[in-house]
Design a binder for this molecule. Structure first.
Ligand SMILES: *[C@@H]1O[C@H](CO)[C@@H](O)[C@H](O)[C@H]1NC(C)=O
Length: 693
């Protein structure tokens, strides 16, 4: 008995010593919710008008005795190296020497419904009229805070990996491109998109789960380009569902358990599973363009009746599978050393020699200076561009684009030759005014966590590109060992798309957006093989050419908020549309307040609204904020000249809401005329009753 106990204790001690320290953290990164164009669809008039779901940054840190790795998933369309450099700058005085380019990974979820203007490269900031400091600052502050919170909580714990297949939430949006890949290669896979979900579970030393990172390749484009409310889309709502389940007593973004649904090789993967159809006639189509009637778009939708329902259904699918995986027996526990490596690469200067594995031909390729092809401007079935014309065509019939290409210098003959099949619409690598248009230098990064390998890639890899990359990395690092390689998408740098050379030939949207030319993927395969070998051998690589930081050169044309005046004869925060006297679950309540411009202050870590219930002690308990699915905060200008505006708050009362006395409050800031000082205001509705049905 005694010996048994000692044995047990010594086992326990060894186990404790071998344990990692882990920490998870979440912070708000919501940008200016109104007046700024959303990033992703490139549609200028898709400007924010409020909030449906807040944006969050979710950080996960794992540490052994010697080293640590921080993985951060951010509800944003994309991020640039500037952001990572800024976050490291913020962290340095607080945690000197701990986080650096090598061990910090920033990956965006790729939601298309969040404010832009933070990329600094001109092409990505055109639709927001240039740089939007508030978007950049909100992201930088929140990402930093999420890492600090995760670091603060570092404590002994264990990390497990699980995998499962999920169907019904994704389709290929470029099946024709996929078919260009060699038959023998396609025969190795059952589907034309990846259906495997990989999930990492973090458990504290008492065995209670404290967080998950989930990777499933799908675009966060269930909300389409007509949406004007900030949203983290399907992946973000899956995170919220998971966190609400695990933190039932916390408001969203305030709980202990953190669940990230991070991006992967989603380049050609759409969540709009009903597939593309002509908007009016309902005829099937496959690309934005002339298969539909004039002025009719070819768009994909589903599985729901509208985009909100589709977002919810895709999120439910993702969350359902993820929750199941968390509760199943894990495939393995992550053990062993933690290592990570990062190198900058100037893609426009790389060469690659490779044998085409399928034709046996020896190819001498090089990277090109960035350029986009014609079909880039037509958009995709998830979001047709402003200038839809046939995808795959080489000449634009759109006068506006032809004008743009006339004003902007023509690509050099060297560029045309380098990009081969691409018919260049925008040779973005050749413009540096007012700041560079597209990145030439990208971040490449790799991390080994025992048998889990995270490949952090600087863009949107298509399904097959991701598969080839995973294979190359597994080849170098896994040998016969069981290991899992995941692609972390849109990581550190955003440099558009990456297709296989075969897919590139067809020049659909993804190929037209593969900005370094036909050999982009082979260059990455070579580069990540190099990183893998260096990590395995413990070799330090040179940093590579530094990514440029050019914050001072960027321009901003977005007019600032000058002042706010309250709608006469009211004051800020006055409720001008009261709720009904009573309501029941399932009803949507709408109330209105006299408001200030929400761009004055995005209320990070706070909220523009609360739904409150009177507790038994006659105190008000907050039961929902602007981060909840069932609430919507929207804002509208009543007079541009007087700068008067109104905020509308909607609350769809969820089933199961207890009967009682309720009220809704609104919070915001207004700007004084002259000087730009801000004032705070708040207001409340009259109380109303929620009764059972
Ligand atoms: C977006 O979704 C709505 C339904 O929620 C639909 O009416 C509209 O046509 C869609 N627009 C596009 C461009 O897909």
């Amino acid at each position: 008995m005694k010996i048994g106990l000692i044995l047990l204790m010594s086992l326990w001690i060894t186990a404790a010593q071998a344990m990692y320290k882990i920490g998870v953290g979440i912070a708000d990164v919501t940008g200016p919710p109104a007046g700024v164009t959303f990033m992703g669809y490139g549609k200028m008039d898709q400007r924010g008008m409020g909030i449906h779901l807040r944006q969050f940054s979710r950080a996960f840190i794992i540490e052994d005795g010697n080293s640590r790795i921080a993985f951060v998933s951010v509800d944003s369309a994309m991020l640039g190296d500037n952001m990572k450099i800024e976050v490291l700058k913020n962290l340095k005085p607080k945690l000197p020497g701990l986080y650096n380019l090598d061990n910090l990974m920033l990956s965006s979820t790729h939601t298309h419904s969040t404010p832009g203007g933070h990329m600094l490269y001109t092409l990505f900031d055109i639709s927001t009229w240039g740089y939007v400091p508030l978007t950049f600052i909100s992201l930088a502050k929140g990402i930093t805070l999420s890492i600090l919170r995760a670091h603060d909580k570092l404590d002994y714990g264990r990390v497990f990996v699980n995998r499962g297949e999920l169907h019904g939430v994704s389709i290929s949006r470029s099946p024709q491109s996929y078919l260009q890949n060699p038959e023998a290669e396609r025969a190795e896979y059952e589907y034309n998109v990846d259906k495997t979900m990989v999930q990492v579970k973090f458990e504290n030393e008492f065995g209670a789960p404290i967080g998950v990172i989930n990777w499933y390749a799908v675009h966060a484009t269930s909300m389409n380009n007509s949406n004007r409310l900030v949203s983290s889309d399907n992946l973000g709502y899956a995170s919220v569902m998971f966190e609400q389940r695990m933190n039932p007593d916390s408001l969203i973004g305030k709980g202990r358990f953190v669940a990230a649904f991070a991006s992967s090789n989603l380049g050609d993967v759409s969540p709009n599973v009903r597939g593309p159809r002509c908007q009016n006639s309902g005829k099937p189509c496959d690309i934005p363009g002339p298969q539909c009637e004039v002025n009719e778009q070819c768009v994909a939708s589903g599985p729901g009746r509208n985009m909100k329902e589709s977002t919810k259904m895709i999120a439910e699918g993702l969350f359902g599978k993820a929750f199941e995986l968390m509760n199943e027996k894990p495939e393995f526990e992550i053990k062993g050393p933690l290592r990570s490596i990062h190198q900058y690469v100037n893609m426009a200067k790389e060469n690659v020699e490779y044998t085409d594995p399928y034709t046996g031909e020896l190819i001498n390729g090089r990277g090109c200076s960035p350029a986009l092809g014609h079909t880039f401007s037509s958009g995709t079935i998830d979001g047709p561009g402003l200038f839809s014309f046939e995808e795959g065509s080489t000449m634009s019939s759109n006068p506006l684009w032809n004008l743009v290409t006339n004003v902007i210098p023509k690509p050099t003959s060297e560029q045309i030759e380098c990009h081969a099949e691409k018919s260049i619409v925008l040779s973005s690598g050749e413009f540096n005014y007012p700041s560079p248009w597209s990145p030439k230098i990208v971040s490449t990064q790799l991390a080994i966590l025992g048998q889990l390998i995270i490949v952090c890639v600087p863009g949107e890899f298509t399904t097959m590109s991701g598969r080839r990359l995973r294979k190359v990395v597994a080849d170098k690092l896994c040998n016969d060992l069981k290991c899992i390689v995941v692609i972390a998408g849109l990581c550190n740098t955003y440099s558009d798309y990456v297709t296989t050379p075969e897919e590139y030939k067809l020049q659909r949207y993804e190929g037209a957006s593969t900005i370094y030319g036909p050999h982009t993927l082979p260059i990455y395969l070579k580069q990540y093989a190099k990183l893998a070998i260096a990590l395995a051998d413990g070799v330090t690589l040179q940093r590579g050419p530094e990514a440029p930081v050019f914050t001072s050169e960027v321009v901003s044309f977005l007019p600032p908020v000058i002042y706010d005046t309250p709608l006469s004869p009211y004051g800020f925060g006055d409720c001008i549309k009261q709720p009904p006297y009573s309501a029941t679950p399932g009803d949507t309540i709408s109330v209105k307040f006299v408001a200030g411009n929400p761009r004055n202050n995005p209320m990070l870590e706070m909220t523009f609204l609360t739904v409150e219930r009177m507790g038994s002690d006659s105190k008000w308990d907050i039961i929902a904020t602007d981060a909840n699915w069932e609430t919507e905060f929207s804002w509208e200008t009543k007079s541009w000249f007087w700068a008067t505006s109104v905020a509308e708050i909607k609350w769809t009362i969820p089933e199961g809401t207890p009967a009682g006395i309720y009220r809704i409050r609104h919070f915001g800031h207004f700007k004084y005329l002259g000087g730009g000082r801000l004032g705070r205001y708040y207001g409340a509705t009259e109380t109303f009753k929620v009764t059972e049905k």
